[in-house]
Design a protein around this ligand. Structure first.
Ligand SMILES: NC(=O)C1=CN([C@@H]2O[C@H](COP(=O)(O)OP(=O)(O)OC[C@H]3O[C@@H](n4cnc5c(N)ncnc54)[C@H](O)[C@@H]3O)[C@@H](O)[C@H]2O)C=CC1
Ligand SMILES: O=C(O)C1=N[C@H](C(=O)O)C[C@H](O)C1
Length: 266
């Protein structure tokens, strides 16, 4: 499987190069960075020791996609949406780990996925994708007297909040309760907020240091608190999930898939 990585100098991009190099059946066919980035035009192996020889970092998305079966993208929403449009035209599958999308971005990605398989997930780990199922089940079992709060913590460089994972967990809780998340979500409390609204699903975000990713879903009820927690301790977790998804895309029909499909959890 010929795999292109975009955002190759990023925290996830570097990890992906290592995981692709360790994965049987996967070959790094192209490495991309944004135009103007100082890695463009340089041999990747001079930056990353795990990189295969002869891969030169490029900002030419069309050339990279044409040379590849699938592209793995952990970048930023505008870059991801633009690349999904090119991938659809060129016929290259895509694995998207980027988070922080607005509704219009998702519509554009869905449109692209009518032409090629696109696997998109706010978290590529087995643990979080299992946790979403538990959260849905617990939310469905407990009444509205159990207040649901999603608390996440990440490193100081993270630019979006709530995290993509927190939103996945919030969606699962809302599904369990049979409500739409956008109707009940409560983000970023500050000042005289008034009492908690019955049925609200609250979000809180902590940013600091080099925390990889911590997520708690709290069900606070009468005289008891149930907490479901996931802790990521190494970014390799996400990279391994993404490469597994890339291999899974081989021969797949066009469509918008998620990690639950890849892991066979549905
Ligand atoms: N789904 C998951 O499991 C995970 C998702 N993420 C998400 O992945 C994204 C990236 O995270 P990090 O690697 O920590 O960020 P980062 O800031 O370290 O890396 C992003 C890279 O994308 C590059 N980039 C930006 N625009 C580009 C373009 N047009 N073409 C090519 N490259 C471009 C940047 O130059 C940078 O090297 C974030 O949205 C983050 O939330 C991160 C970890 C796990
Ligand atoms: O930006 C990160 O680092 C992470 N982003 C994802 C998210 O927004 O949930 C996944 C993981 O928690 C790390």
């Amino acid at each position: 499987m010929k795999i292109a990585i975009t955002g190759v100098s990023g925290r996830m991009g570097r990890m992906l190069v290592k995981v692709v190099s360790e994965t049987q059946g996967a070959t790094l066919s192209a490495a991309m960075e944004r135009p103007g980035h100082d890695w463009v035009g340089k041999a990747l192996e001079t930056m990353l020791p795990d990189a295969p020889a002869a891969v030169v970092v490029t900002d030419d998305a069309d050339a990279a996609l044409t040379a590849s079966d699938v592209v793995i993208d952990f970048t930023a929403p505008a870059a991801t949406v633009a690349l999904a449009q090119r991938a659809a035209e060129i016929g290259c599958a895509m694995v998207i780990g980027t988070t922080g999308f607005i509704d219009e971005d998702i519509v554009a990605i869905e449109r692209a996925s009518t032409h090629v398989p696109i696997m998109r997930a706010g978290n590529m780990s087995l643990g979080v994708n299992l946790l979403t199922q538990l959260v849905r089940q617990v939310a469905a079992s407990l009444g509205a007297e159990y207040d649901i709060e999603v608390v996440e913590a990440h490193h100081r460089m993270k630019v979006d909040a709530p995290s993509g994972t927190a939103l996945m967990l919030g969606e699962a809780a809302a599904e369990g309760r049979g409500v739409a998340l956008r109707e009940v979500e409560d983000r970023g409390r500050d000042g005289i907020t008034g009492q908690r609204k019955e049925g609200a699903i609250g979000f809180a975000a902590i940013r600091g240091g080099n925390i990889i990713g911590e997520h708690d879903v709290i069900f606070a009820g009468p005289d008891e608190v149930i907490t479901l927690r996931h802790s990521a301790t190494d970014r390799g977790l996400f990279a391994r999930g993404a490469v597994r998804a890339a291999l899974w895309c081989k021969g797949r029909s066009p469509g918008h898939y998620d990690m639950v499909d890849v892991l066979g959890l549905s």
